[in-house]
Design a protein around this ligand. Structure first.
Ligand code: NAP
Length: 524
């Protein structure tokens, strides 16, 4: 069992009463009463607080009483003697667990008093915790051993700050290598996945807050997102993992759309946001760490800014399979892993679903097959990353592409590489295109009142495709519709590229309507 514990960080028993009800309604499976937050900290308040919790929640929801030492993240400057009294009172009042800092427990007097209080109330258990707010604990395995040596019945709780996602692997290893009740978590944004994966890896507790404001540690998720978006209730040791590697990653819609599809199909799979900061070395280290731990069950990744080229390089270096057009584009946005593969099989494969997603959106919008793109005159506006993928796909299909861009050298470079024409934005007036594709960010939220191409250049016999998907209907698309042109929105490409990842991730077709609904809902 991995409990989802919700910290109650109230300044009074009345305030706590409201928080306890909210926590229970949100799906708390355990409560942590952070008594150090109380304005009036004394035995009576703590007894009242525990009585309030026990009277409000079902008996199946255990209660931890904590009076955190300020040196380990506690609030207020309560003296050590008072903190000890509070925990002893909590045991007497029926707390199911008390959380005491290991560093304090090994002081003989505190250790002795705690042990004898617990001996007289054997239903209460001791959590011995150690927190490091600076960074990784140097010898986390030894600390775990030391805690159990000091008190074999205790539940070791080791919490440290992950300054990089790669710092989480020590925590995962400790959970993987040890048995019994133990809590191992990483704080900070980089440690987020340790909170989500606690259940898969058998941690005794993961902590989640009622809402963003009530978080008691950096990087804590809300119960709503842990149980909703990250499907905590459905997770178990066999859950297969996927994720989007990016920096930044917080804005990514991919976890919402892939997890919604996993849920809809009842799949034991989970998709994570993976904040990998740094550059190629950190990216490589992340993937090396994943491949070295097949028991994590990572099966695939979406890769986005700034790692699409790094992904390609990594797979080449590992001797994996690279889709030829991904190689030509110079970017991979999809990695498929088979960590069980033998040495003569591919452990890792790289694909680019951006171009395929765009081409599928274009052909569906124009009502043609890919072969129908041969010799079609196309104007592509923009010469960045998205343009590159689309130009590669269109030229591969035989379209006659002209690239228009603000910076001529960029347009020229791309045109030379893919054998097409190029021009400046001021030459758009003379364009002769059946298909117009906007690959710039012009028109994207919040600057929604601008368009990359003046309305007078649009014609009724054109198809206009805007890769911008926020908003779904851009000014360019509205103006094109007014001219009677066919339109294709960026959501179609976005959903197609995600659906094209879902297939190799799972072997099943994605529900594109569901993906589109999730994206629309998130953008709203
Ligand atoms: P990028 O590599 O930064 O390229 C941006 C392009 O836009 C460049 O060609 C740039 O011209 C041009 N540009 C930007 N601001 C401009 C302005 N004010 N006036 C004229 N040109 C301007 O970005 P990207 O990764 O290719 O992404 C481009 C857009 O694609 C994004 O904004 C996003 O809306 C969309 N997108 C869609 C999807 C999807 O699935 N639908 C996925 C990813 C991105 P210069 O070369 O002169 O700087």
């Amino acid at each position: 069992m991995t409990y989802v514990a919700v910290p109650i960080s109230a300044q009074s028993v009345d305030q706590a009463s409201r928080q306890i009800r909210e926590a229970a309604a949100a799906g708390a499976e355990m409560l942590e009463l952070r008594t150090d937050y109380l304005d009036r900290l004394d035995r009576d308040s703590v007894v009242a607080l525990i009585a309030e919790a026990k009277g409000t929640i079902p008996a199946s929801i255990p209660v931890i009483a904590t009076c955190r030492d300020p040196r380990e993240g506690g609030v207020g400057n309560h003296p050590e003697s008072l903190r000890t009294e509070i925990l002893l009172a909590a045991i007497e009042a029926g707390a199911d667990f008390i959380d005491l800092e290991y560093a304090n427990f090994i002081q003989p007097e505190i250790g002795q008093r705690t042990k004898s209080a617990l001996a007289s109330r054997p239903r209460s258990r001791l959590i011995l915790s150690a927190h490091d707010f600076q960074g990784k604990v140097a010898e986390v395995r030894r600390l775990h051993r030391d805690i159990l040596q000091a008190c074999p019945d205790a539940i070791p709780k080791l919490v440290y700050t992950a300054n990089h996602i790669n710092d989480c692997f020590d925590a995962f290893d400790l959970l993987h290598e040890t048995q019994g009740d133990r809590i191992v978590l990483c704080m900070g944004q980089a440690g987020l996945i340790s909170r989500i994966l606690a259940k898969k890896l058998g941690g005794f507790v993961t902590f989640a807050s009622i809402n963003d404001q009530a978080a008691t540690a950096p990087g804590q998720l809300t119960v709503g997102s842990l149980k909703g978006l990250y499907r905590n209730d459905f997770m178990n040791a066999e859950t297969e993992l996927f994720g989007v590697i990016a920096d930044p990653v917080g804005h990514s819609l991919s976890p919402a759309i892939h997890n919604a599809c996993f849920a809809e199909k009842g799949m034991n799979r989970l998709y994570l946001p993976l904040l990998v900061q740094g550059g190629q070395p950190q990216f490589n280290q992340f993937l090396d760490s994943v491949l070295a731990r097949p028991w994590l069950d990572f099966r695939g990744f979406s890769v986005t800014i700034p790692y699409k080229h790094s992904a390609l390089k990594y797979v080449h270096e590992k001797g994996g399979f690279v889709e030829p057009l991904a190689d030509k584009i110079g970017a991979a946005n999809t990695l498929i892993l088979d960590p069980q593969a033998t040495s003569d099989e591919w452990q890792i494969r790289a694909y680019n679903t951006d171009y395929a997603g765009a081409l599928d959106a274009i052909t569906a919008g124009m009502g043609i097959e890919r072969g129908g793109l041969r010799d079609v005159p196309v104007a592509v506006v923009g010469a960045g990353g998205v343009s590159r993928a689309i130009v590669a796909g269109l030229t591969d299909a035989g379209a006659k592409v002209t690239i228009y861009n603000r910076t001529m050298e960029r347009a020229e470079g791309l045109a030379t590489e893919f054998g097409c024409q190029f021009a400046g934005l001021d030459e758009l007036s003379g364009m002769n295109a059946r298909l117009l594709v906007n690959c710039t960010s012009i028109g994207m939220h919040p600057n929604v009142d601008v368009a990359p191409v003046p309305a007078e250049y649009l014609k009724p016999d054109m198809t206009v495709f805007d890769t911008v998907y926020n908003p779904a209907e851009t000014l360019l698309l509205r103006q094109a519709k007014q001219k009677g042109a066919k339109t294709i929105d960026g959501l179609a490409m976005f959903v197609n590229q995600a659906a094209a990842q879902f297939k190799p991730f799972t072997g099943h077709e994605a529900d594109r309507d569901l993906m589109r609904r999730v994206v629309m809902g998130s953008l709203r």
